[in-house]
Design a binder for this molecule. Structure first.
Ligand SMILES: O=C(O)CCC(=O)C(=O)O
Ligand SMILES: [Fe+2]
Length: 352
Protein backbone atom coordinates (compact mmCIF):
# COMPACT_ATOMS: atom_id res chain seq x y z
CA UNK A 1 0.00 0.00 0.00
CA UNK A 2 2.76 2.41 0.89
CA UNK A 3 4.87 2.11 -2.18
CA UNK A 4 1.82 2.23 -4.42
CA UNK A 5 1.20 5.89 -3.68
CA UNK A 6 4.46 7.82 -3.26
CA UNK A 7 2.51 11.13 -3.43
CA UNK A 8 0.17 10.28 -0.61
CA UNK A 9 1.27 13.16 1.61
CA UNK A 10 0.94 15.86 -1.03
CA UNK A 11 -0.52 18.96 0.61
CA UNK A 12 -3.86 19.24 -1.19
CA UNK A 13 -4.65 22.50 0.55
CA UNK A 14 -1.99 24.37 -1.40
CA UNK A 15 -2.01 22.41 -4.70
CA UNK A 16 -2.60 24.70 -7.68
CA UNK A 17 -3.27 21.96 -10.19
CA UNK A 18 -4.34 18.36 -10.23
CA UNK A 19 -1.26 16.12 -10.38
CA UNK A 20 -1.39 12.93 -12.43
CA UNK A 21 -1.28 10.89 -9.21
CA UNK A 22 -4.75 12.30 -8.38
CA UNK A 23 -6.31 12.44 -11.87
CA UNK A 24 -9.28 10.08 -12.30
CA UNK A 25 -11.50 9.60 -15.32
CA UNK A 26 -13.90 12.54 -15.77
CA UNK A 27 -16.92 12.02 -13.49
CA UNK A 28 -19.49 13.99 -15.49
CA UNK A 29 -21.18 11.15 -17.24
CA UNK A 30 -21.85 9.31 -13.97
CA UNK A 31 -24.56 11.66 -12.78
CA UNK A 32 -28.14 11.48 -13.98
CA UNK A 33 -29.37 14.56 -15.80
CA UNK A 34 -30.06 17.47 -13.47
CA UNK A 35 -33.77 16.84 -13.72
CA UNK A 36 -33.44 13.35 -12.29
CA UNK A 37 -31.07 14.34 -9.52
CA UNK A 38 -33.39 17.14 -8.39
CA UNK A 39 -36.34 14.83 -8.57
CA UNK A 40 -35.45 12.64 -5.67
CA UNK A 41 -32.95 12.04 -2.96
CA UNK A 42 -33.02 10.11 0.28
CA UNK A 43 -35.98 11.00 2.53
CA UNK A 44 -35.58 13.38 5.46
CA UNK A 45 -37.24 11.75 8.44
CA UNK A 46 -38.43 13.54 11.57
CA UNK A 47 -37.66 11.24 14.50
CA UNK A 48 -40.64 12.74 16.35
CA UNK A 49 -43.02 11.67 13.59
CA UNK A 50 -45.54 9.10 14.78
CA UNK A 51 -44.66 6.82 11.88
CA UNK A 52 -40.88 7.34 12.11
CA UNK A 53 -40.24 3.60 12.33
CA UNK A 54 -42.19 2.76 9.17
CA UNK A 55 -40.64 5.70 7.30
CA UNK A 56 -37.19 4.49 8.31
CA UNK A 57 -38.01 0.96 7.20
CA UNK A 58 -39.09 2.01 3.75
CA UNK A 59 -36.06 4.31 3.36
CA UNK A 60 -33.72 1.46 4.33
CA UNK A 61 -35.33 -0.87 1.85
CA UNK A 62 -35.41 1.46 -1.12
CA UNK A 63 -32.40 3.72 -0.49
CA UNK A 64 -30.19 2.13 2.18
CA UNK A 65 -29.89 5.65 3.56
CA UNK A 66 -31.93 8.56 4.93
CA UNK A 67 -31.48 11.86 6.74
CA UNK A 68 -32.84 12.49 10.22
CA UNK A 69 -33.99 15.67 11.96
CA UNK A 70 -35.18 16.11 15.56
CA UNK A 71 -32.47 13.66 16.58
CA UNK A 72 -31.74 15.43 19.88
CA UNK A 73 -28.10 16.12 19.08
CA UNK A 74 -27.42 19.73 20.10
CA UNK A 75 -26.52 22.06 17.25
CA UNK A 76 -23.68 23.36 19.41
CA UNK A 77 -22.14 19.88 19.55
CA UNK A 78 -22.36 19.57 15.75
CA UNK A 79 -20.64 22.97 15.49
CA UNK A 80 -17.99 21.95 18.02
CA UNK A 81 -17.04 18.75 16.21
CA UNK A 82 -16.87 20.65 12.94
CA UNK A 83 -14.52 23.24 14.50
CA UNK A 84 -12.40 20.47 16.00
CA UNK A 85 -12.08 18.89 12.54
CA UNK A 86 -11.26 22.23 10.91
CA UNK A 87 -8.57 23.02 13.42
CA UNK A 88 -6.99 19.60 12.92
CA UNK A 89 -6.91 19.69 9.13
CA UNK A 90 -5.67 23.29 9.01
CA UNK A 91 -2.48 22.35 10.88
CA UNK A 92 0.70 22.32 8.76
CA UNK A 93 1.36 18.97 7.08
CA UNK A 94 4.50 18.41 9.18
CA UNK A 95 2.39 18.67 12.31
CA UNK A 96 -0.38 16.38 11.04
CA UNK A 97 2.22 13.77 10.15
CA UNK A 98 3.19 13.55 13.82
CA UNK A 99 -0.11 11.74 14.23
CA UNK A 100 0.15 9.72 11.01
CA UNK A 101 -1.61 6.36 10.89
CA UNK A 102 0.92 3.51 11.22
CA UNK A 103 1.19 0.94 8.41
CA UNK A 104 -1.75 -1.42 8.88
CA UNK A 105 -2.99 0.76 11.76
CA UNK A 106 -6.46 2.20 12.14
CA UNK A 107 -6.16 5.39 14.21
CA UNK A 108 -4.44 8.52 13.02
CA UNK A 109 -3.97 10.91 10.12
CA UNK A 110 -3.66 9.83 6.50
CA UNK A 111 -5.18 9.12 3.11
CA UNK A 112 -8.49 7.18 3.01
CA UNK A 113 -7.86 3.62 4.10
CA UNK A 114 -9.42 2.30 0.88
CA UNK A 115 -6.74 4.08 -1.20
CA UNK A 116 -4.76 0.89 -1.73
CA UNK A 117 -7.59 -0.52 -3.86
CA UNK A 118 -7.35 2.28 -6.43
CA UNK A 119 -4.65 3.26 -8.89
CA UNK A 120 -5.18 7.00 -8.25
CA UNK A 121 -5.14 8.97 -5.02
CA UNK A 122 -8.24 10.67 -3.66
CA UNK A 123 -8.70 14.38 -3.02
CA UNK A 124 -9.13 14.11 0.73
CA UNK A 125 -7.33 13.59 3.99
CA UNK A 126 -8.71 11.85 7.05
CA UNK A 127 -8.23 11.35 10.73
CA UNK A 128 -9.50 8.12 12.28
CA UNK A 129 -10.24 7.76 15.99
CA UNK A 130 -10.66 4.33 17.53
CA UNK A 131 -10.41 4.34 21.30
CA UNK A 132 -8.86 7.34 23.03
CA UNK A 133 -7.61 10.21 20.82
CA UNK A 134 -5.33 11.42 23.64
CA UNK A 135 -1.95 10.24 22.33
CA UNK A 136 -2.50 11.65 18.87
CA UNK A 137 -4.03 14.88 20.14
CA UNK A 138 -1.00 15.43 22.39
CA UNK A 139 1.30 15.14 19.39
CA UNK A 140 -0.83 17.50 17.30
CA UNK A 141 -1.27 20.20 19.94
CA UNK A 142 1.35 19.60 22.68
CA UNK A 143 0.06 22.48 24.84
CA UNK A 144 -3.62 22.42 24.12
CA UNK A 145 -5.12 19.04 23.40
CA UNK A 146 -7.71 18.63 26.16
CA UNK A 147 -10.50 20.56 24.43
CA UNK A 148 -10.23 18.39 21.31
CA UNK A 149 -10.43 15.22 23.43
CA UNK A 150 -13.50 16.42 25.33
CA UNK A 151 -15.30 17.33 22.13
CA UNK A 152 -14.55 13.90 20.66
CA UNK A 153 -15.74 12.19 23.83
CA UNK A 154 -18.99 14.20 24.02
CA UNK A 155 -19.67 13.60 20.36
CA UNK A 156 -19.04 9.86 20.57
CA UNK A 157 -21.29 9.54 23.64
CA UNK A 158 -24.17 11.33 21.95
CA UNK A 159 -23.69 9.46 18.68
CA UNK A 160 -23.64 6.14 20.49
CA UNK A 161 -27.07 6.83 22.02
CA UNK A 162 -28.50 7.96 18.70
CA UNK A 163 -27.01 4.99 16.82
CA UNK A 164 -28.53 2.56 19.26
CA UNK A 165 -31.92 4.24 19.01
CA UNK A 166 -31.75 4.15 15.22
CA UNK A 167 -30.68 0.53 15.16
CA UNK A 168 -33.76 -0.50 17.18
CA UNK A 169 -36.01 1.61 14.96
CA UNK A 170 -34.51 -0.01 11.86
CA UNK A 171 -34.91 -3.48 13.37
CA UNK A 172 -38.37 -2.60 14.68
CA UNK A 173 -39.48 -1.81 11.15
CA UNK A 174 -38.82 -5.51 10.40
CA UNK A 175 -40.74 -6.53 13.52
CA UNK A 176 -37.58 -7.39 15.41
CA UNK A 177 -37.49 -6.50 19.09
CA UNK A 178 -34.81 -6.81 21.76
CA UNK A 179 -36.33 -10.15 22.75
CA UNK A 180 -35.57 -11.57 19.31
CA UNK A 181 -31.90 -10.90 19.53
CA UNK A 182 -29.31 -12.93 21.28
CA UNK A 183 -25.90 -11.29 21.01
CA UNK A 184 -23.55 -14.12 21.94
CA UNK A 185 -25.71 -15.34 24.76
CA UNK A 186 -26.91 -11.97 26.07
CA UNK A 187 -30.20 -10.31 25.18
CA UNK A 188 -30.33 -7.29 22.91
CA UNK A 189 -30.32 -4.80 25.78
CA UNK A 190 -26.79 -5.86 26.67
CA UNK A 191 -25.56 -4.64 23.33
CA UNK A 192 -24.85 -1.08 24.24
CA UNK A 193 -22.62 -1.88 27.18
CA UNK A 194 -19.76 -2.97 24.98
CA UNK A 195 -20.62 -1.53 21.61
CA UNK A 196 -17.69 -0.13 19.74
CA UNK A 197 -17.35 2.60 17.23
CA UNK A 198 -14.88 4.51 15.13
CA UNK A 199 -14.98 8.23 14.40
CA UNK A 200 -13.75 9.25 10.97
CA UNK A 201 -13.08 12.92 10.20
CA UNK A 202 -12.77 13.66 6.47
CA UNK A 203 -11.49 16.85 4.87
CA UNK A 204 -11.97 17.65 1.18
CA UNK A 205 -9.99 20.74 0.15
CA UNK A 206 -11.26 22.85 -2.75
CA UNK A 207 -9.88 21.27 -5.92
CA UNK A 208 -8.48 22.94 -9.08
CA UNK A 209 -10.01 20.25 -11.36
CA UNK A 210 -12.94 18.71 -9.49
CA UNK A 211 -14.35 16.83 -12.45
CA UNK A 212 -11.26 14.67 -12.67
CA UNK A 213 -10.77 14.27 -8.91
CA UNK A 214 -12.42 11.85 -6.49
CA UNK A 215 -12.99 12.92 -2.89
CA UNK A 216 -13.69 9.47 -1.54
CA UNK A 217 -14.22 6.55 -3.93
CA UNK A 218 -17.37 4.42 -3.94
CA UNK A 219 -17.67 2.05 -1.01
CA UNK A 220 -20.11 0.61 1.48
CA UNK A 221 -19.45 1.05 5.21
CA UNK A 222 -18.41 -2.04 7.20
CA UNK A 223 -20.72 -1.03 10.04
CA UNK A 224 -24.15 -1.74 11.45
CA UNK A 225 -24.98 1.84 10.58
CA UNK A 226 -23.12 5.09 10.03
CA UNK A 227 -24.16 8.56 11.20
CA UNK A 228 -22.70 11.20 8.92
CA UNK A 229 -22.51 14.90 9.70
CA UNK A 230 -21.59 16.83 6.57
CA UNK A 231 -20.66 20.50 6.60
CA UNK A 232 -22.84 22.75 4.54
CA UNK A 233 -21.32 21.79 1.17
CA UNK A 234 -22.49 19.33 -1.45
CA UNK A 235 -20.36 16.26 -2.11
CA UNK A 236 -22.02 13.09 -0.82
CA UNK A 237 -23.62 10.87 -3.47
CA UNK A 238 -25.28 7.49 -3.19
CA UNK A 239 -25.75 4.92 -5.90
CA UNK A 240 -29.08 3.53 -7.00
CA UNK A 241 -29.32 0.82 -9.61
CA UNK A 242 -32.25 2.54 -11.25
CA UNK A 243 -30.95 6.14 -11.23
CA UNK A 244 -27.17 6.07 -10.96
CA UNK A 245 -25.41 8.50 -8.62
CA UNK A 246 -27.77 10.73 -6.62
CA UNK A 247 -26.70 13.74 -4.55
CA UNK A 248 -27.50 13.82 -0.86
CA UNK A 249 -27.63 17.57 -0.26
CA UNK A 250 -26.64 18.85 3.17
CA UNK A 251 -29.59 20.03 5.19
CA UNK A 252 -28.65 22.25 8.15
CA UNK A 253 -28.84 20.23 11.36
CA UNK A 254 -29.80 16.97 9.62
CA UNK A 255 -27.67 13.83 9.91
CA UNK A 256 -27.30 11.22 7.16
CA UNK A 257 -27.75 7.58 8.16
CA UNK A 258 -26.23 4.82 6.03
CA UNK A 259 -27.11 1.15 6.30
CA UNK A 260 -23.82 -0.74 6.69
CA UNK A 261 -22.69 -4.22 5.65
CA UNK A 262 -23.27 -5.76 9.09
CA UNK A 263 -26.88 -4.62 9.03
CA UNK A 264 -27.26 -6.20 5.63
CA UNK A 265 -26.05 -9.47 7.20
CA UNK A 266 -28.28 -9.10 10.30
CA UNK A 267 -31.38 -8.56 8.19
CA UNK A 268 -30.50 -11.47 5.89
CA UNK A 269 -30.34 -9.09 2.97
CA UNK A 270 -33.63 -7.24 3.54
CA UNK A 271 -31.87 -3.90 4.02
CA UNK A 272 -28.92 -3.55 1.66
CA UNK A 273 -25.88 -1.52 2.61
CA UNK A 274 -25.64 1.62 0.53
CA UNK A 275 -22.89 2.33 -2.00
CA UNK A 276 -21.74 5.92 -1.62
CA UNK A 277 -18.88 8.28 -2.47
CA UNK A 278 -17.87 11.92 -2.05
CA UNK A 279 -16.99 14.31 -4.85
CA UNK A 280 -15.18 17.63 -4.51
CA UNK A 281 -15.64 21.12 -5.87
CA UNK A 282 -13.56 24.03 -7.10
CA UNK A 283 -14.25 26.68 -4.50
CA UNK A 284 -15.35 25.23 -1.20
CA UNK A 285 -13.61 23.16 1.37
CA UNK A 286 -15.84 20.37 2.72
CA UNK A 287 -15.67 18.51 5.99
CA UNK A 288 -17.55 15.40 7.07
CA UNK A 289 -17.63 13.43 10.30
CA UNK A 290 -18.68 9.80 10.11
CA UNK A 291 -19.60 7.88 13.25
CA UNK A 292 -19.08 4.24 12.32
CA UNK A 293 -21.23 2.17 14.65
CA UNK A 294 -20.48 -1.50 15.19
CA UNK A 295 -21.06 -4.30 17.68
CA UNK A 296 -18.87 -5.22 20.66
CA UNK A 297 -15.82 -7.07 19.43
CA UNK A 298 -16.83 -10.48 20.80
CA UNK A 299 -20.32 -10.46 19.28
CA UNK A 300 -20.98 -12.69 16.29
CA UNK A 301 -23.23 -11.11 13.70
CA UNK A 302 -25.44 -13.42 11.64
CA UNK A 303 -28.89 -13.30 10.03
CA UNK A 304 -31.54 -12.83 12.76
CA UNK A 305 -33.34 -16.20 13.10
CA UNK A 306 -36.77 -14.53 12.87
CA UNK A 307 -35.85 -13.40 9.35
CA UNK A 308 -34.82 -16.89 8.30
CA UNK A 309 -37.17 -19.68 7.20
CA UNK A 310 -37.22 -22.37 4.55
CA UNK A 311 -38.00 -19.83 1.86
CA UNK A 312 -35.37 -17.43 3.17
CA UNK A 313 -32.34 -19.50 4.18
CA UNK A 314 -29.49 -17.66 5.92
CA UNK A 315 -27.44 -15.85 3.32
CA UNK A 316 -24.36 -15.15 5.44
CA UNK A 317 -22.28 -16.97 7.98
CA UNK A 318 -21.68 -15.70 11.52
CA UNK A 319 -18.85 -13.21 11.83
CA UNK A 320 -17.47 -10.69 14.34
CA UNK A 321 -16.84 -7.06 13.40
CA UNK A 322 -13.09 -7.60 13.67
CA UNK A 323 -13.20 -10.58 11.33
CA UNK A 324 -15.31 -8.67 8.86
CA UNK A 325 -12.95 -5.67 8.89
CA UNK A 326 -10.08 -8.04 8.10
CA UNK A 327 -12.02 -9.48 5.15
CA UNK A 328 -12.93 -6.00 3.95
CA UNK A 329 -9.31 -4.87 4.15
CA UNK A 330 -8.39 -7.74 1.87
CA UNK A 331 -11.37 -8.07 -0.47
CA UNK A 332 -12.94 -4.57 -0.32
CA UNK A 333 -16.09 -4.58 -2.51
CA UNK A 334 -16.12 -8.39 -2.63
CA UNK A 335 -16.18 -8.70 1.17
CA UNK A 336 -19.91 -9.33 1.60
CA UNK A 337 -19.83 -11.85 -1.18
CA UNK A 338 -17.03 -13.72 0.53
CA UNK A 339 -19.14 -14.35 3.66
CA UNK A 340 -22.12 -15.60 1.65
CA UNK A 341 -23.21 -19.15 2.44
CA UNK A 342 -26.09 -19.26 0.02
CA UNK A 343 -26.81 -17.44 -3.24
CA UNK A 344 -28.91 -14.33 -2.52
CA UNK A 345 -32.37 -14.02 -3.97
CA UNK A 346 -32.29 -11.92 -7.08
CA UNK A 347 -34.13 -8.97 -5.52
CA UNK A 348 -31.20 -8.34 -3.19
CA UNK A 349 -28.88 -7.89 -6.10
CA UNK A 350 -31.10 -5.11 -7.35
CA UNK A 351 -32.25 -7.19 -10.34
CA UNK A 352 -35.98 -6.68 -9.88
O1 LIG B 1 -17.74 12.69 3.23
C1 LIG B 1 -18.75 12.02 3.03
O2 LIG B 1 -19.82 12.55 2.73
C2 LIG B 1 -18.69 10.52 3.07
C3 LIG B 1 -17.78 9.97 4.13
C4 LIG B 1 -17.82 8.48 4.18
O3 LIG B 1 -18.50 7.84 3.41
C5 LIG B 1 -17.04 7.73 5.18
O4 LIG B 1 -16.25 8.34 5.94
O5 LIG B 1 -17.20 6.48 5.23
FE1 LIG C 1 -18.70 5.79 4.00
Amino acid sequence: MHTRHPDKYLDLNSAKELPDSHAWKPLDHDLPSDGASKLESVPIIDLNHENAMELIGSACKSWGAFQVVNHNIAMSLLDDIESAGKSLFSLPMQQKLKAARLPNGLSGYGVPRISSFFPKLMWSEGFTISGSPLEHARRLWPDDYIGFCYTIQDYENEMNKLAERLMWLMLGSLNITKEDINWSGSKGDQFQAGSSSVLQLNSYPACPDPNRAMGLAAHTDSTILTILHQSNTNGLQIFRQDYGWIRVPPQPGALVINVGDLFHILTNGWYPSVLHRAVVNRTQHRLSIAYLYGPPSSVKIFPIPKLVDKFHPPLYRAITWGEYLGIKAKHFDKALRSVLVCAPRSEFLGAE
